[in-house]
Design a protein. Structure first.
Length: 88
């Protein structure tokens, strides 16, 4: 077996569901569910991406937030940005 010289960095992928054209905001799924659209979130968070998964019968749409390193963490509190924009 070959020895491994380096460690692979760990990254976290955070996804927010899009339901009925609106993004589900953490801590506000019930009260803020119709506040921000996918376009709003993509504008508010640089580096966020739109992702569509599924089949023709059942599609699921997501907003994927920028990756964050295990040690470095996120460059900003994305959830707080969304809560502020939605008025939570």
């Amino acid at each position: 077996m070959a020895a491994v010289d380096t460690l692979t960095p760990i990254t976290f992928k955070r996804q927010l569901a899009i339901v009925n054209k609106f993004v589900e905001i953490p801590d506000g799924q019930q009260t803020l569910r119709t506040k921000l659209t996918a376009a709003d979130v993509l504008t508010l968070i640089p580096g966020a991406e739109y992702e569509k998964l599924g089949t023709l019968q059942r599609d699921q749409r997501w907003i994927v937030l920028p990756e964050e390193g295990r040690l470095s963490g996120p460059s900003a509190d994305y959830y707080q940005i969304l809560r502020d924009a939605a008025g939570l």
